[in-house]
Design a protein around this ligand. Structure first.
Ligand code: HEC
Length: 487
C-alpha cells in the first residue's frame, strides 16, 4: 500500500516533466534593472558572444541566424528578424532566449542566459535597439587608408613572395621581383558600394600559406579569409572574431586552420576551421588571458603551441583541448613561436628583446653552461630591439629572427653532444648571417624551407628579398599604386 502511494506520488510529481526535460521549460525569470544610462549595442555583444556566437556567428549560422553583427541581427534567420525594436516581448531573440517560445535558446546543454543578461537584452530592444557606435564599429566603418602600407605579414615560397601591405596583398615573382597578382576581395566596398580593390577592410595582421602552397589565409580586424592562390578567389570568409585575427597556422596535413587573436588585455580567442568546408570545428576559449599573437603546430599535429601577449607560451593538446605545458620566462608580450621539425626545440620571440629557446619535452628554457664551471644561464638570443618574428628554416636547426631596426639574423642551433653530466641538451646558438634592412623597422620575416630565400618587411612598406645563403639583397618589392578612391 505504501509502495502504491509512493508510486502515485512520484507519477504526479513527474507529470510536469513529461515531454520536456525539466531545466529547459522554466522561462528565465524576469528581473528589473536599475539602470539610468542607455543600453548600447556594445553592452549586449559580450552576452551574445559568450552564449550564442558558438552557433550563430562566423560560418555557423544555425537557423540561418548570425548574431555577430547588428545588421545580421536585424536581418534575422529563417523565422525573420530576431528583434522588433521597441517591443522586446515580440522579439524572437527574447522569446527564445527567455524560454517563453520554442525552440529554446541556447539549446539543452548550453548555459542559458542569466536573468540579468536577459533583462539587459530586453531593455536594449525596448529602448529601440541602438545600433553600434563603439570605437570598434568606427574602425570597422572606415577602411584603412591606402597610404598605410606597412608590412605586418609575409609568406614565402621558392617561387614567390606574398606580402601584406596595409590592407592589400600582392604576389611577386622571386626571380624577377615583378608583381604577379594582387588578391582582392570584391565584397570590401566603400560607403557608395564601390569595391576598394583591396583584400581586407582593415590592416592585415597575419598570413599563412597552406602546406601544399595552393591556399593562403589572411587575418585582419574581426575576420580571416581563405584564398585560392591559383585563381585569386576568396574561398571562405570567416567573420565574428572578437578582435583582430593576429595569428594563423595551417595544420601540417593542410586540413585545419587555427586562428588566434582576442581582445587585448582581456581574453584570448582560438578557433579551428575545416579548410575544405570552411566549417568552424572547435574553439578553445580562455587558454590565455591576452591576445594570442603566434601559433604553430608540431609536425604530427598533435600539439598546437601558442604565444600570447600574456607573456606565456603554452603547449595545447589539440585532441583534448588541455594545456599540457606552460612556458614562463618572457617578461613582455610573446609575439611569435616556432617549433623545430623534430619537435625538440621551441623558439619564441618576445618584445622583451629576446628569442627564448625551450625544451619541448620538459617545457624548460634551454640552458647554457658557463665556461668557468657548472653555472647555468638561461639560453636566449639577446637583441637590442623587440623580436617580432622567429621561424625555423624548413626542417633544419636554423632560425630566422627579425624585429625592430636591427638586421634580420639567421642562427644555427648547434647541438653539442659532449658527454655532459648536465641536464638539458647543450645547445649553442651561432649567428650565421645578417640581412641588412636599411632604415626599416621590421615586423615580419620569412624564409623558404630550403633557406635559399629570406624576406623581411615592416614600417617602410617594402619587402626586402634576400639570397638566404649569400645574404645579398635580390629585390626590394613595393606595392603597386592603387586607384585613389575618393571618400
Ligand atoms: C548550441 C548551439 C546554439 C546556441 C549556443 C544558440 N543557438 Fe540559437 N539556434 C540553434 C539552432 C540549432 C537553431 C535552429 C532551431 C530551429 O530552427 O528549430 C537556432 C535558432 C535560433 C533562433 C531562431 C532563428 C530563426 O529565425 O529561425 C534564434 C532567434 C536564436 N537561435 C537565438 C539564440 C540566442 C539569442 C542564443 C544565445 C542566448 C542562441 N540562439 C544560442 C542553436 C544554438
Amino acid at each position: 500500500m505504501r509502495y502504491f502511494f509512493s508510486l502515485i506520488l512520484s507519477v504526479i510529481l513527474a507529470a510536469p516533466l513529461w515531454g520536456q526535460k525539466s531545466a529547459d521549460v522554466e522561462p528565465i525569470p524576469v528581473v528589473q534593472l536599475k539602470r539610468k544610462e542607455p543600453v548600447l549595442f556594445d553592452d549586449i555583444v559580450p552576452i551574445l558572444r559568450n552564449k550564442c556566437f558558438a552557433c550563430h556567428s562566423a560560418n555557423v549560422t544555425k537557423g540561418e541566424l548570425d548574431l555577430s553583427s547588428y545588421a545580421s541581427i536585424v536581418k534575422g534567420g529563417k523565422r525573420g528578424s530576431a528583434i522588433k525594436p521597441g517591443k522586446s516581448a515580440e522579439s524572437l531573440l527574447v522569446q527564445l532566449a527567455g524560454k517563453t517560445a520554442r525552440p529554446f535558446m541556447p539549446p539543452k546543454r548550453e548555459p542559458p542566459l542569466t536573468p540579468t543578461e536577459l533583462a539587459l537584452l530586453k531593455l536594449w530592444i525596448d529602448q529601440g535597439a541602438r545600433p553600434p557606435q563603439s570605437q570598434q564599429a568606427k574602425i570597422a566603418q572606415t577602411p584603412l587608408s591606402s597610404s598605410v602600407r606597412l608590412v605586418r605579414a609575409l609568406a614565402l615560397t621558392s617561387e614567390r613572395t606574398i606580402a601584406a601591405f596595409g590592407n592589400q596583398i600582392h604576389l611577386f615573382d622571386n626571380k624577377t621581383g615583378s608583381l604577379q597578382r594582387s588578391l582582392v576581395d570584391p565584397s570590401v566596398v566603400d560607403t557608395n558600394q564601390r569595391p576598394l580593390g583591396v583584400a581586407h577592410f582593415g590592416l592585415i595582421e597575419a598570413l599563412a600559406i597552406s602546406p601544399d602552397r595552393k591556399l593562403l589565409a589572411s587575418g585582419s580586424f574581426q575576420e580571416a579569409l581563405l584564398w585560392d592562390l591559383q585563381t585569386g578567389k576568396v574561398l571562405h570568409k570567416w567573420t565574428g572574431f572578437a578582435d583582430r585575427a593576429v595569428a594563423l597556422a595551417f595544420s601540417n596535413d593542410g586540413k585545419f586552420l587555427a586562428v588566434g587573436g582576442g581582445i587585448p588585455t582581456a581574453d584570448a580567442e582560438l578557433v579551428f576551421f575545416d579548410v575544405a568546408t570552411g566549417q568552424r570545428v572547435k574553439a578553445f576559449p580562455r587558454i590565455h588571458s591576452d591576445t594570442i599573437c603566434g601559433l604553430c603546430f608540431t609536425a604530427d599535429n598533435r600539439f598546437l603551441i601558442t604565444a600570447s601577449a600574456d607573456m606565456s607560451v603554452k603547449i595545447l593538446d589539440v585532441s583534448t583541448g588541455k594545456v599540457v605545458k606552460k612556458l614562463d620566462g618572457h617578461t613582455h608580450h610573446v609575439v611569435d613561436v616556432g617549433v623545430q621539425a623534430d619537435g625538440a626545440i621551441i623558439a619564441s620571440a618576445g618584445t622583451d628583446k629576446k628569442v627564448r629557446l625551450w625544451d619541448f619535452k620538459t617545457g624548460e628554457q634551454l640552458t647554457r653552461i658557463n665556461r668557468g664551471g657548472g653555472q647555468v644561464t638561461i639560453m636566449a638570443v639577446d637583441r637590442e630591439q623587440p623580436a617580432c618574428q622567429v621561424r625555423f628554416v624548413g626542417n633544419s636547426n636554423k632560425i630566422i629572427v627579425g624585429g625592430g631596426s636591427e638586421p634580420v639574423t639567421l642562427w644555427e642551433l648547434q647541438r653539442i653532444d659532449k658527454a655532459s653530466n648536465y641536464y638539458t641538451p647543450y645547445i649553442q646558438p651561432r649567428r650565421l648571417r645578417a640581412f641588412e634592412i636599411g632604415k626599416d623597422y621590421i615586423y615580419a620575416v620569412a624564409a623558404t624551407a630550403d633557406g635559399k630565400f629570406v624576406a623581411a618587411g615592416g614600417e617602410e612598406g617594402v619587402v626586402r628579398l634576400f639570397d638566404g645563403e649569400k645574404g645579398q639583397l635580390l629585390h626590394t618589392l613595393a606595392p603597386p599604386k592603387l586607384p585613389v578612391i575618393k571618400r
